[in-house]
Design a protein around this ligand. Structure first.
Ligand code: UD1
Length: 346
């Protein structure tokens, strides 16, 4: 019998690509999403790709009673992949309590339900933000967790601690935290992708919207960093590679291959690219010239972050297959599809 997987935030950017990867592997998927930063149309996109629709429950995980009721209804859930969370760094500084409620309360409610089960498997969306500006590059999982720069970053650190502490005293629970570097790109069919609401805060959606004529120009936040071209360096990973890594981590949990009941993995390509390199790569794959200007640094940005991926390579037997060019080409195709859809609506 196929395993049943709960994916919270399953209509979000990384969640939706993971739902596709799970369904393609024969898993039965139940999605919880409160549509706060996603849209029901994503279900249509998933169905187009996989020819089947996951079960969908519109639940706000801050509603503890609703979470309890969900697990009564779906008592046969085999594992949970928990994406649902708020993720805008700036907004978290403005409204910290929203972030602590959305990202911490919800995690506690889920774990409270899972620890009551005979066996429970849990995957957590963490972030390279837990490392802050690491002292050594590339960053290994044993690099120290630095004081968080924002409430958002803090919720990822605290989230990991909560899971670790809970696993320590609950042998029936096993969990993996996946620390993503910078997720970008879209499904190659362009049926699902990133759907930022309002002005994008992240680099790639800002680039694609600028190339599509929706934004006047891109601001490059600082060119006086101690890097070869002066702009910040990040490890941009294709969301398709990330989605596949979730399925592999899930299988490790389901097959009980873990060396301990709580593990952490970096998910990145292992390669760092500067903002100017990303712009060049985008211009190459899209054939569009991207208007940009250099502006002041953005507060809270680290100079450089890229992953040491040896642990994921060795233990999960996973490595990123797609290149930066592939990821940017897919993001551009997705943006163009969005533009066409809007034209059709008019
Ligand atoms: C941030 C968070 C990360 C989170 C991710 C997704 C930190 C340190 N990082 O990543 O944890 O998972 O958002 O929400 O908290 N840039 C520009 N112009 C723009 C936008 C970005 O030059 O208009 C530059 C930035 O300065 C940075 C790079 O592009 O060097 C990537 O920025 P962004 O996409 O926002 O991701 P991070 O800040 O790396």
């Amino acid at each position: 019998m196929s395993k049943k997987i709960l994916v919270t935030g399953g209509l979000g950017f990384i969640g939706s690509h993971t739902v596709v990867a799970l369904q393609e592997k024969g898993y039965e998927v139940v999605v919880i999403d409160n549509l706060s930063n996603s849209s029901l149309s994503v279900l249509g996109g998933i169905t187009k790709i996989t020819k089947s629709s996951p079960d969908f429950e519109n639940i706000d995980l801050r509603d503890k009673v609703a979470v309890k009721k969900f697990f009564e209804k779906y008592s046969d859930i085999d594992a949970v992949i928990h994406f649902a969370a708020s993720k805008a760094v700036g907004e978290s500084v403005e409204n910290p309590l929203l972030y602590y409620e959305n990202n911490i309360n919800t995690l506690v409610y889920l774990l409270q339900q899972l620890k009551e089960k005979d066996r429970a498997k849990f995957i957590f969306s963490s972030s390279c933000t837990v490392y802050g500006q690491a002292d050594e590059l590339p960053i290994t999982e044993s690099a120290p967790v630095k004081k968080a720069e924002s409430p958002y970053g803090n919720t990822k650190q605290i989230g990991e601690e909560i899971i670790k502490d809970t696993c320590k005293v609950n042998d029936n629970l096993s969990a993996i935290s996946l620390r993503y570097f910078n997720p970008i790109g879209a499904h190659p069919t362009a049926n699902i992708g990133e759907l930022p609401i309002g002005t994008p805060q992240n680099l790639i959606p800002f680039i694609t919207q600028t190339a599509a004529g929706k934004r006047k120009q891109l601001s490059v936040f600082g060119d006086d960093y101690p890097t070869p071209d002066g702009t910040c360096i990040r490890d941009y990973i294709h969301v398709m590679d990330l989605a596949r890594a979730h399925v592999i981590a899930l299988e490790r949990l389901l097959e009980e291959e873990q060396s301990s009941n709580y593990e952490v993995f970096n998910l990145g390509t292992g390669t760092g690219n500067s903002v100017l390199e990303v712009i060049k790569s985008f211009e190459k794959v899209s054939g569009e010239e991207l208007p940009y200007k250099i502006t002041d640094r953005r507060e809270g940005d680290v100079v450089a972050a890229y992953a040491d991926t040896s642990k994921a390579n060795d233990v999960l037997k996973w490595k990123a297959d797609f290149t930066l060019d592939d990821a940017l080409a897919s993001a551009w195709k997705w943006q163009q599809t969005l533009e066409e859809k809007k034209e059709n609506e008019i």
